[in-house]
Design a protein around this ligand. Sequence first.
Ligand SMILES: [Zn+2]
Length: 469
Amino acid sequence: MPKYLATLLLVFALTGCTDKERPAPEGDAYPAEALATDSIAYGPADPHYTIEADYDETEHVVSGRLNVTFQNNLGEPMDEVLFNVWPNAEEFGDRGADIRNVRVNGKPADADLDGTVLTVQGISIEDGAAAVADLEFTIPVPDQPGRFGWSERQVSLGSWFPILAVHDGHGWNIPPYFPYGESYYSVTGDYDLSFSAPADLEILATGEETERSETDGQQTARFSAQDVRDFFIVMNTTFQTKTEQIGSTDVTVAYREGEDATAALMMETARNVLPRYEGWFGEYPWDSLTIASADYSADFDGGMEYPQLVTVNTPHVPDEEELGVTVAHEIAHQWFYSLVGSNTYREPWLDESLTTFASYAAYYDTVDFDWIDEEADDYSITSSVDDFAEDDYDRYGDIMYDGGAGMLRDLHDEIGEAPFWTTLRTYVKDHRFGIATTADFIRTAEEVSGENLRPFFEEHQVFVEETRE
Ligand SMILES: [Zn+2]
């Protein structure tokens, strides 16, 4: 039984009220410009990263060089290009990342690393032109059991390299690191990565392994990934793997000794949910998907999504239901985050609410989530992460996960079964490998249903203007 049901029954018993519907506000339809997104350019476009890196197990440092080609699609000459350098967030200690020898099109450029933002200036890239930036890096990995950090049995390299920031209708997006959710926002691109590490560590990564060699206790593995937004690496001392073909995807579960039952359940969940997601949202577009046991701290809830490789914090998942829902959740992120990108800091509901809805629908085999009674009455569903007061971050979780999933359940009831699923499928199809916004979602729902949904969305605390500010 979903954990929220007991609470819900208690509330009803106390209030005797089962209908908390608010009256729909009077209101006109959205003006066309409120839902228009055609003119937004998300760039720089078509990045191709070539990275050579080495992990030093003694110093816990990743060092190497990065080269990225990209295209200026911003509609004007570029005189600067920005990167997010997430390992330089304060949360990861004071050793600090070192970025040096930054060049653009072969010429030395002015580079300034301030917190998590690397600003590269003194450049000139014509509109429509391709360019190449290269740099050298030294990235300390903190002694922290989390998505970026090391523990005795795992090194987790989440969002570890300098990645091109996204320029869109809001300008350059350089949000601060957010430990309770995500600040990650990037366009899709190709990756070619050569990674060296001690041979006793087992390396899992986004993409496909294309080469591997080993000399003197040191291994070098090469990975290639296409049309992905990030490149995750996780290394372990004692991993076992099982692979099974589900549809046309090779699904691997990676787990530690003693986790056989957990691994079986992870695979069983993938077997159940992956075909459902493909039926609802279209085919999983990459060749492989890996679900890996993580070794994060007890206060890290659930798991973490990266392209083609998700983690589940198995040592701290309390029961089988939570494990199944978490696996279903992280796999659903392959559609809502990985395939259809969004600004997870400005519009986190597009990431978490859609994913939560999909995972509940797949895992519980219903869209009648009668255990959700969450109402966004203190923060809207279209709140950005930085709208939340620091002591309200639990409300971030309530609203973006269950609150948004409840809103989508109500949308299903409002427009009906077929139009609802067609809306989700069309939204994914129209934005696959791209980036979508709240306006895109609402526009799709209105076009598919043929209804003016402004009263519905505003009653449910979804405000398109809020996302455009
Ligand atoms: Zn999530």
